[in-house]
Structures are given as C-alpha cells and as structure tokens.
Design a protein around this ligand. Structure first.
Ligand SMILES: Cc1cc2nc3c(=O)[nH]c(=O)nc-3n(C[C@H](O)[C@H](O)[C@H](O)COP(=O)(O)OP(=O)(O)OC[C@H]3O[C@@H](n4cnc5c(N)ncnc54)[C@H](O)[C@@H]3O)c2cc1C
Length: 268
C-alpha cells in the first residue's frame, strides 16, 4: 500500500527521498500500473515531476536530454528530428505525453524503444546519488541499472550526421504495441562501403543488445540486399529472444533478417 507520495522540487531532495527507500516515478506509465495492481513493492513514491530534470539542449552536434523530458517533447524537438520516426512508433500519443526518457531506460523488454536507439547512439547517462554524480555508458545502465538512491538526470548523445541513422520497429499494431523486433543503427559509409557500424536490437533479448555479429558483416561492404541478408542471419548469434503475447521467440529469430534489411533499405 502506498503511504506517501513525495514531490521534491530539487534533485538533492529527490535523491534524499530515493535513498530513504522511495520508488522513483517519472511519467508513471509503468509505475502507476504497478501501484494499481499492487505489485510495486514500495510504500513511498518519489515523483520527479517537479525536480527540474526536463529539457533538451544542443551544443554543436551534442544533445543533452533531461531525464523527465517526455517522449512527445523528443518527438517534437527540431534538434532531435532524426528520432521522430522512432518516437511515433512508440506506444501512443497519450502515453508519449506522460512517458519520459529516463523511465524508458528501466522498462523491461520488449519495451524500451528509445533505450534501443540510445544504445545505437552510444549515449552517456548522467546519474546522481547520495555519493555524488557519475557518467555511465548507456549499455552499462541497461545491463546493471543504477544503485538504490540514484537518479538518472539526463542522457547525452551525438546527433548522427545526415543519412547515417537507421531505424525500424516491427509491431503488431500501429498504437500501443511493443516490439517484435526493433533495429536502430548509426552507420558511416565511404566510397560505397561501410566504414563503421553500431547496430542495436530490441524485442529479441532481455535487454537491448548490440548486433556485433551483424556489424562485422557490414564493415567493408556496401549496404546492399545480399549483404544485409547475411548480416541479419549473423545477428541471430547476438540475440536470446523470449515468447510473449506479441510473438514467439522462434518467430522473432526468424524475421530478424527481414527487419534488419528493412531498416537499412528504409522500407516500411
Ligand atoms: C499502453 C502502453 C504502451 C506502451 N508501449 C510502449 C512502447 O511501444 N515502447 C516502449 O518503449 N515503451 C512502451 N510503454 C512503456 C512506457 O510507457 C515507456 O517505456 C516509458 O518511457 C516509461 O517512462 P515513464 O516515465 O512513464 O516511467 P515510470 O513509470 O515513471 O518509471 C519506470 C521505471 O523507471 C524508473 N525511473 C523513472 N525515471 C527514472 C530516473 N530519472 N532515474 C532512475 N529511475 C527512473 C522508475 O523507478 C521505474 O522503475 C508502454 C506503456 C503502456 C502503458
């Protein structure tokens, strides 16, 4: 049973309440469902709504996105226009108005669509806790979470150069559907062949994963159908999918090459 809802007006106060055992809540799209079902496992909620952690700033190609920035704000930001397609495939406008960037890092797969993008972007996560602040690669946060009492304050990323960002999410319906397979990638080419590739996958493992086997196939080769087909098959070595109400593990592995190819050929 919830006995207290704190709404701290500073980061320091939020950290204090979290360190004292409160459960952080940002948009509440996941936490409130846990409250309603009685599965939260905490008696105190610490809302980050007024902690001053929102907003998007751009410094050259480097963007800093506050943890409580909503996904609608990301979607509508001219500075993050490359993420617009990914945001429009995430949940629904109603959910995106509440859901936050920080919260997306902690939702279980096959959710975490923005987290998949942030992994492909090699984003850095800013975290503050009772012992101070630290910066952590997003992959580490996705693998280990943060310590009790720590609050994610922002993510930082480099906006990809035009033409180097790729994204595709396969889902059952247009609204409120988690990923069957999600692909996000930053790929550089020169002279018609791939010179660097960072591919992240969602929906196919307990957390967003890098498709390092697919990346190796792409390096030194053109982004053409036959190469992409091979890369997609290679990516099966990087996944450990599960069955859920959206798709079976078998189906996810089966269709992965199709969706990886669609991501790079920019096919719907
Ligand atoms: C109908 C429906 C459809 C959905 N569809 C999708 C979808 O397609 N794709 C998708 O990715 N997600 C989806 N979601 C899940 C969810 O809405 C989003 O992932 C959202 O980004 C979660 O953010 P939030 O702010 O609401 O998180 P909250 O519910 O507030 O928190 C989620 C978790 O993150 C922790 N947390 C939140 N902020 C911080 C912080 N700053 N520091 C440390 N910990 C923090 C909380 O303690 C909690 O454990 C869906 C949810 C619903 C209800």
């Amino acid at each position: 049973m919830i006995t207290a809802v704190r709404t701290p007006e500073s980061l320091a106060a939020a950290v204090g309440h979290a360190a004292a055992g409160g459960r952080l809540m940002a948009g509440g799209t996941v936490v409130m469902a846990q409250v309603n079902s009685g599965s939260l496992g905490y008696t105190e909620i610490v809302s980050l709504r007024r902690a001053g952690l929102g907003g998007i700033t751009l410094d050259g190609p480097l963007a800093r996105v506050g943890a409580t920035t909503t996904l609608t704000e990301v979607e509508q930001s001219p500075d993050l226009a490359f993420l617009r397609g990914a945001m429009r495939g995430l949940a629904s406008p109603t959910i995106r108005n509440q859901a936050t960037v920080g919260g997306n890092l902690f939702v279980p797969q096959p959710y975490g669509d923005l987290a998949v993008c942030l992994l492909a972007l090699d984003a850095t996560v800013e975290v503050t806790g009772p012992d101070g602040s630290r910066e952590v690669p997003v992959g580490v946060v996705l693998a280990n979470g943060v310590a009790p009492g720590e609050v994610v304050t922002a993510v930082r990323l480099a906006v990809p150069a035009p033409g180097t960002w790729f994204h595709h999410k396969a889902m059952r319906r247009r609204l409120n559907s988690a990923a069957i397979v999600a692909v996000a990638a930053v790929v550089d080419t020169a002279g018609g062949v791939v010179t660097s590739a960072r591919i992240a996958l969602g929906g196919v493992a307990p957390r967003p994963v890098r498709a390092v086997s697919a990346e190796s196939v792409l390096i030194g080769r053109p982004l053409e159908s036959e190469v992409l087909e091979r890369a997609g098959r290679a990516a099966r070595a990087d996944i450990s999918p599960s069955d859920d109400s959206y798709a079976s593990a078998w189906y996810r592995a089966r269709v992965l090459p199709v969706h990886l190819r669609r991501a790079f050929l920019r096919q719907p």
